[in-house]
Design a binder for this molecule. Structure first.
Ligand SMILES: [Zn+2]
Length: 289
C-alpha cells in the first residue's frame, strides 16, 4: 500500500498551522511559532515522516523542532525514527504503553501485512510529564498539551488559546470516538475529555481522522454518549446482558449517528465495534451506579 503525504489546511485555520495528511490513514499537524516549530505526531512510518519534513522544509525557518506524540497508537508515532535528535514529548503514561508487550506485538503483526512497516522502530519519547498539562511557550503562540484520556490512557490534545484552536487528535472523531475499553472508567474519561474540549469553546477544531474541521462533530460526539446512556437506562435489567443488544432497533449505531455516505465496509465494521464497546461500558456504568 502506498500512502501519499500532502500539506493542507481548513478555511479559517491560522496560517501558522499546517495539516499534514497521510492519505486516508491519519493527519498530523505542524505548528510554527516565533521560537520553535512543533510537529504533533509523526505519522505511521519513518518514510512518511521524512516526506512530511521535506515538504515542510521552507516553513521551518531555521527554528528548532519539538515533537509531540499525542498517544502511542501506531499511526501517530511510528515515524519517530525520522525526527533525528529533536526532543519528543508525550504523557508519562505513554511509557507504560510502550513497555506493554502489546506495543511490539502490534508492530510484528503489522509487519506481516505490509512491508512498509519493516523500517519501523519503536522510538520512545524523550520528555514526559505526568498530571494534567504542560505548556510550550512559543512566544506568539502557546501550546497547552492537555491530558485527555479515554480514547487511550496517554492521549493528549493541544490547545492554542491565542488562536482559539484545539488539535483534538483522536479525542473527537467522526462519526464516534473509539473508547479504550468497555470499562466504565475509560468511558467516563472519554466523556470528561470531550467536556473539557468543549469547555475551551474552540473556534477551530482539528481532528486526526475524518478529514473534517466541522465543529459540530464535537457536539455530536457528546450527544451520542448522552443518548446511549438514556437508551440504556430504558432497557429492562433482564435484557441488559443480551449480546444482541447492539443489533436491536433503537440501539444500533445508525440509530444514534448518521454514518457518512460511501463509508467503506471496513470502516463501518470498525465503528460498529466502537459502538459495542461504548454500549458495554455504558451498561457497566449503569450497573455500578
Ligand atoms: Zn488515530
Amino acid at each position: 500500500m502506498t500512502v501519499d503525504v500532502s500539506l493542507t489546511s481548513y478555511p479559517g485555520l491560522d496560517d501558522r498551522i499546517t495539516v499534514i495528511r497521510a492519505g486516508d490513514e491519519v493527519d498530523a499537524v505542524f505548528v510554527s511559532t516565533e521560537r520553535f516549530n512543533v510537529l504533533v505526531d509523526t505519522l505511521g512510518t519513518p518514510s512518511l515522516c521524512r516526506r512530511a519534513l521535506e515538504l515542510l522544509a521552507d516553513r521551518m525557518r531555521d527554528r528548532p523542532l519539538i515533537v509531540v506524540n499525542s498517544h502511542m497508537d501506531w499511526d501517530h508515532f511510528w515515524g519517530n525514527r525520522a525526527v533525528g535528535g529533536a526532543p519528543i514529548i508525550a504523557h508519562q503514561s505513554a511509557i507504560d504503553r510502550l513497555r506493554d508487550p502489546s506495543a511490539l506485538q502490534t508492530l510484528e503483526q503489522k509487519r506481516t501485512t505490509e512491508p512498509r512497516f519493516d523500517e519501523v522502530e519503536l522510538v520512545p519519547p524523550t520528555l514526559t510529564f505526568s498530571g494534567e498539562s504542560m505548556t510550550l511557550h512559543g512566544g506568539d503562540l502557546s501550546l497547552h498539551l492537555l491530558h485527555t484520556p479515554g480514547h487511550t490512557p496517554d492521549h493528549l490534545a493541544v490547545w492554542i488559546p491565542e488562536i482559539e484552536t484545539c488539535l483534538a487528535v483522536d479525542a473527537v472523531e467522526h462519526p464516534i470516538p473509539e473508547v479504550w475499553s468497555s470499562a466504565p472508567d475509560d468511558l467516563r474519561s472519554l466523556r470528561s475529555s470531550l467536556d473539557l474540549i468543549r469547555s475551551l469553546n474552540p473556534k477551530q477544531l482539528v481532528l486526526a481522522h475524518g478529514q473534517t474541521s466541522d465543529h459540530a462533530v464535537l457536539d455530536r460526539n457528546i450527544a451520542y454518549f448522552e443518548n446511549i446512556q438514556e437508551a440504556v437506562a430504558l432497557v429492562p435489567a433482564s435484557e441488559l446482558m443480551s449480546a444482541a443488544l447492539a443489533q436491536r432497533e433503537g440501539m444500533r449505531l445508525k440509530d444514534f449517528v448518521d454514518l457518512p455516505a460511501g463509508m467503506s465496509f471496513g470502516a463501518r465494521e470498525f465503528y460498529e465495534r466502537c459502538h459495542r464497546s461504548n454500549l458495554a461500558a455504558t451498561i457497566a456504568a449503569r450497573g455500578a451506579s
